[in-house]
Design a protein around this ligand. Sequence first.
Ligand SMILES: Cc1cc2nc3c(=O)[nH]c(=O)nc-3n(C[C@H](O)[C@H](O)[C@H](O)COP(=O)(O)O)c2cc1C
Length: 153
Amino acid sequence: MKTLVVFYSRSGTTKRVAQELAEALGADIDEVIDKKSRKGILGILRAGYDATREKTTEIEFTKDPSEYDFVIVGSPVWNRRVTPAIRTYLLQNRGKIKAAAFFATCMGNSGKCLDQMEELYGDKAVLKKTLVKKELEKGIKELQEELKALMAT
Ligand SMILES: Cc1cc2nc3c(=O)[nH]c(=O)nc-3n(C[C@H](O)[C@H](O)[C@H](O)COP(=O)(O)O)c2cc1C
C-alpha cells in the first residue's frame, strides 16, 4: 500500500511523530510549511488567534496526495483546534485523498482538532488519534501498531 505521512510542526513534536511513523510503515513523508511566521511571542499569539478564527494560510508542500492509497496527516493542537497550515492543506487537497488517518499532538487537550480535520477532509477517517506530549513514546508505539493492523486488513 503506497502510504504518505503529511505533517505541520512548529516546534518539532509532530515532526518527530511523523518521522517515526513513516519509518515504521515504510511510507513517504511530506512537511507542510506555513509561510506565515509562527516564531516568538507575537507569532505564538497570532497562531492561537488564527486557529480560533479558523483562518487559512499560505502553505508549501511537495507531494501529491492523490498518488497515494493512504494518507496520514498530523497537526499540533492550537487552542483546541487544527492549525491553519493543516486546515489549508486539507482544503486544498479535498477530494484527492483516497483514505485518511489523522493524528494530533498536544499538551493534554486536543479539543475539536481531530473532528475539524475530518470535517475539512470531507469524509470519515479510518483512524483519529491524540498524542499527549508527556506520553509521546507510548502514543507513537500505539499509533504505529494501530496503523499497521489497519494496513494489514
Ligand atoms: C498557539 C498554541 C496553542 C496551543 N493550544 C493547545 C491546546 O489547546 N491544547 C493542548 O493540549 N496543547 C496546546 N498547545 C501545545 C501544542 O499543541 C503541543 O506542544 C504540540 O505538540 C506542539 O507540536 P509541534 O512541536 O509539532 O509544533 C498549543 C501550542 C501553541 C503554540
